[in-house]
Design a protein. Sequence first.
Length: 61
Amino acid sequence: MSPRKQAEHNLKNAGYCLDRHGAKHDIYKDGKGHRIPLKRHDFDDNDLAYINKEIAQNGGA
């Protein structure tokens, strides 16, 4: 699985859903109002680590 697909999977498992498509990012939002931008291009393992850290800080899975 690519790092971006893994990040999408992790966000959905943590209760986030797609809020909107931005110009270069997709914005995911949880029920508490936390938002995490997910960039569409040049996504790598460092970006995946950032997404996982943001999920953990916001009380996600």
